[in-house]
Design a protein. Structure first.
Length: 228
């Protein structure tokens, strides 16, 4: 068990170092040598866990999935808001999330498959919106899959704009504005009246997760059973 724990820690150390380098340099300029120096591990240790720079980048991108966990809510619209606002907050505070977003939006990373985060976010939104529809939270005309894709694309654009304008400092405000504009065309007004759309919502959700380890370790949204 100790050997396994050590291997897990080494892998996380390498991923954290890769995230730092990818965020600072971008995919094309980042080198294995710089990642090795930042991680303080041997080349053998790195290649035991990751086959290439591409494999490292995919590892960083996949780490976003582990940060989509939010407490289950009776109102699925609130749960959707919580997922989005938590991600926005973590973009300001979590280097791994910032690196993943930098990679997913890096149009110079020609050799890197950047579709994964967009597809996974689409799946998360699709599940939550289908569930919200089944609970009677959505307006009759809403097509959950279509709405989910619009939200993912819009959210990505807001992230890119916030990064360019303020290095994510204004991201909570921009995301709140996005949700205030989009949700009234999707969600019943009676449901919206109970939704917390405050700019501090992401920080509140993170504090809730930190205070409840069993919640933080629960399955991610992608692992939940499909909505019937």
């Amino acid at each position: 068990m100790a050997k396994q724990d050590r291997a897990i820690r080494t892998r996380q150390t390498i991923l954290a170092a890769a995230a730092k380098v990818f965020e600072q340099r971008g995919y094309q300029a980042a080198t294995i040598s710089e990642i090795l120096g930042t991680a303080g591990v041997t080349k053998g240790a790195l290649y035991f866990h990751f086959e290439s720079k591409d494999d490292l980048a995919q590892g960083v991108l996949a780490e976003q999935d582990q940060r989509m966990v939010v407490p289950r809510r009776a109102c699925r619209t609130q749960e959707l808001v919580d997922v989005v606002m938590l991600h926005a907050h973590r973009l300001q505070t979590d280097p791994m999330v910032r690196a993943g977003v930098r990679l997913s939006l890096d149009q110079q990373a020609h050799d890197l498959d950047r579709s994964g985060p967009f597809l996974r976010w689409g799946q998360v939104m699709d599940k939550l919106l289908h569930d919200a529809r089944d609970r009677g939270e959505l307006l009759p005309h809403v097509i959950p899959t279509e709405t989910g894709e619009v939200l993912v694309g819009s959210f990505a654009g807001v992230q890119a704009m916030s990064q360019a304008v303020s290095d994510y400092q204004d991201l909570p405000d921009r995301v709140c504005a996005l949700l205030r504009h989009v949700l009234p065309t999707v969600v019943l007004s009676s449901v919206l009246a109970s939704i917390d759309l405050s700019r501090t919502r992401g920080a509140l959700v993170l504090a809730e997760l930190d205070a409840s380890p069993e919640t933080a370790l629960s399955p991610g949204l992608l692992d939940r059973q499909p909505v019937a």
